[in-house]
Write a protein of this length. Sequence first.
Length: 178
Amino acid sequence: MDRYIGLDAHAASCTLAIVSETGKRLRDFPVETNGAALVEGVRAVPGHRHLIFEEGTQSAWLYETLARYVEEVVVTGVLRSRGPKSDRVDAYALAEKLRIGAVDKPVFKAPGEFTKLRELARIHSMLVLDVVRVQARLKFVYRSRAVATTGTALYSPIHRDQWEGQLPEASRAGQVGK
């Protein structure tokens, strides 16, 4: 007998909803968001367990924690829902999508060999976004003082004194707070 488990994850608690192979809603229950409690909740479901949850902050950890206790784990992109929202409704919707094979945005998770690569790629993306944000703020400072900024010379430490010289004295880095 196959059981389809939808997991709606949050920082403090998760909701598990179990659907039978015929589509009958069997039960749902909240579980504390910690590894031991989630494993216990999943292992309490009899039969061949198929698990689905949405991609998010905790999805890699959930995959690594629960994969060995189920026959199948599917991570899906965040689904848009219409109508009333609740953790219970979301968990049942996930379980039903998995049961009928209607997961439209599966997300690949590979614990082990690709974990480090995925983490490095995530960190790289965050750093690139941070650098772009800081560059935009720096250009804003110069533009707010009517100093034209084109190209990338503004970001070079070699040209820093030349650029600072174009700002009013009160706006220069060495003068802030004096």
